[in-house]
Ligand binder design. Structure first.
Ligand code: ZN
Ligand code: ZN
Length: 265
């Protein structure tokens, strides 16, 4: 019996390098990859849809857009591919049928017993669980923290704009850029983002989400309210997107929502 190579402090069975808990966590994390990839793709699609609409407008720069979701997918692909390559040296006959993320995750998940005895078990375990956890943060972070848009501060020497995304603690009045240290006023940043969204055409779901984000309106209640208004003809779509979903002007619709929610607040 030896200690688990992940440093978790638990003993391992037989000749295994990983303990049962760490093997179980690796299996659970790899099993969660399909759901994670779905959420990351959803985040990316939603963001690019928001960013592309009325793309000619100069004010679309302040949109709630975050590149971390697509970065996470790339990292996930490379880490899983690395894991497959390490294991397939011992197991070439069972090379996965595809280099797609889901196929590689399923392939690795069915081989955690091989990972647990592999000399690189510690590295594989750490890299795989870490990249999956970071992927979850790329999906969850905007909800735990208040997204405040890109930094855009100009570097004093190079004149280049800082591309870091700002996330403020809930309730904080200011946020410091993690990359350049510039301090931003959270409310001013949110106002700028709200202004840049004003004339955009968005779906009911997007408006409900953003109404919650900007004004704290209850998201699900707002969505139901908007759906009811559409059914009653109080709210009329001004266009449809490529999936034939009805689109409404964000600024005007938000104003209607806030007038309605106000007495309850
Ligand atoms: Zn362990
Ligand atoms: Zn910055």
């Amino acid at each position: 019996m030896t200690d688990c190579v992940t440093g978790c402090g638990r003993p391992t069975r037989d000749t295994l390098l990983l303990c049962d808990s760490c093997i179980w966590q690796l299996e659970a994390d790899l099993g969660s990859v399909p759901q994670l990839v779905y959420q990351l793709n959803l985040t990316i699609t939603r963001q690019s849809r928001l960013g592309n609409r009325n793309g000619s407008r100069a004010t679309t720069r302040g949109l709630p857009y975050d590149v971390r979701a697509s970065d996470s997918l790339n990292s996930l692909r490379w880490v899983l591919l690395g894991g497959v390559r390490v294991l397939a040296k011992d197991d070439r006959a069972f090379y996965p049928v595809s280099d797609k993320i889901l196929a590689m995750a399923a392939w690795l998940r069915s081989r955690t017993d091989l990972i647990a005895v592999h000399e690189a078990a510690g590295d594989l375990w750490l890299e795989i669980t870490d990249v999956i956890h970071r992927g979850r943060q790329a999906v969850d972070a905007p909800r735990q923290r208040v997204y405040a848009g890109p930094c855009w501060a100009k570097h004093p020497q190079t004149g280049l704009e800082c591309l870091e995304h700002l996330y403020a603690r809930p309730g904080a009045t200011h946020v410091a850029c993690r990359a350049c240290g510039t301090i931003h006023d959270v409310e001013k940043r949110k106002e700028a983002m709200r202004d840049s969204l004003h004339g955009m055409l968005l779906t009911v779901g997007e408006i409900a989400r953003l109404a919650g984000y900007f004004d704290g309106a209850p998201q699900e209640r707002t969505r139901k309210l908007l759906v009811a208004w559409v059914a009653r003809g109080k709210l009329v779509p001004v266009a449809h997107d490529r999936s034939n979903r009805a689109l409404f002007p964000f600024g005007e619709t938000l104003a209607m929502v806030l007038t309605t929610h106000q007495p309850a607040a």
